[in-house]
Write a protein of this length. Sequence first.
Length: 85
Amino acid sequence: MCAGITTYSPLKHWNAGPGKKVAVVGMGGLGDLAVQYAHAMGAEVTVLSQSMSKQSEALALGADHYYATSDPATFTALHWLTSLT
């Protein structure tokens, strides 16, 4: 129950749903739940994980996009991430 509310609560607070985008950093445990909840709420879900090893798992759980942070091309493709301060 604790893991469930830990991921559900912020998604609900920020009104995740249709027309909203949610990024999940890291697959496994809480990340798995966050992907499932955000997808079920109708949000567009992007997963950022260190390698491509969990891509098929993330997509099966409902992720729309998956990027490996160990690949420098990821930050070129997602240039808005590099401008965050």
